[in-house]
Design a binder for this molecule. Structure first.
Ligand code: FES
Length: 163
C-alpha cells in the first residue's frame, strides 16, 4: 500500500487517538500504547504521522519505542510468549525453554508463527528473578515454569482460537 493511501485509511484512527489525549506531547507514551493496541505494533508510517502532528522529533519517538518492551516495531502474533534469559533465569533453564518453544511451535525468537497466532520474544530480566525461570504469556507472569507446563499453557491459548 502506498504511503498516502495508508495514511488516508488510518489517519482517522490516529487522529482519534491524538484527540483523546488532547494532542498533548507529554502523553506520547499513552498515545503510542493506544496505537500499539490498535494495530498490534507501531507501524512506521503512524510514528511519522504522530511525529508531524505533535511536532516531536521522530528520533525521540523511536527511542521511546525501543526503550519499552511493550512496544514492537514489527507486527506481532495474536499471542505473545516472552521468555526471560537474564542470568537468574538462564541458569535455571531459560535457554532450554526458548529452544523447546521454538521447536514445538516452529517460531524463532523475535518472529511470529506462519499463521500469525504466536510471537516469541526474549528479554534480559523481567524483574522477578526469584521466580526464575520466568515466562510471560499474553501479559501473565508464570514463575518456576517448566517446559511441559508452558506447552500446556501455549497450546491452551492457541486452541481457544480454534473455537
Ligand atoms: S533474570 Fe529472569 S526475571 Fe530476572
Amino acid at each position: 500500500m502506498r504511503e498516502k493511501e495508508y495514511l488516508f485509511n488510518n489517519a482517522n484512527k490516529i487522529d482519534e487517538i491524538l484527540v483523546k489525549h488532547g494532542m498533548n506531547r507529554s502523553r506520547i507514551v499513552a498515545i503510542m500504547q493506544d496505537i500499539q493496541n490498535e494495530f498490534g505494533y507501531l507501524p512506521e508510517k503512524n510514528l511519522k504521522y504522530i511525529s508531524m502532528k505533535l511536532q516531536t522529533p521522530l528520533s525521540q519517538i523511536y527511542s521511546i519505542a525501543t526503550f519499552y518492551r511493550a512496544f514492537s516495531l514489527k507486527p506481532r502474533g495474536k499471542h505473545l510468549v516472552t521468555v526471560c534469559l537474564g542470568t537468574a533465569c538462564h541458569v535455571r533453564g531459560g535457554a532450554r525453554i526458548v529452544e523447546s518453544i521454538q521447536k514445538m511451535f516452529d517460531v524463532k525468537p523475535g518472529e511470529k508463527t506462519k499463521d500469525g497466532l504466536l510471537s516469541l520474544e526474549t528479554v534480559n530480566c523481567l524483574g522477578a528473578c526469584a521466580l526464575g525461570p520466568v515466562v510471560v504469556v499474553d501479559g501473565k507472569y508464570h514463575g518456576h515454569i517448566t517446559i511441559s507446563r508452558l506447552e500446556r499453557i501455549v497450546k491452551g491459548i492457541l486452541n481457544e482460537n480454534k473455537k
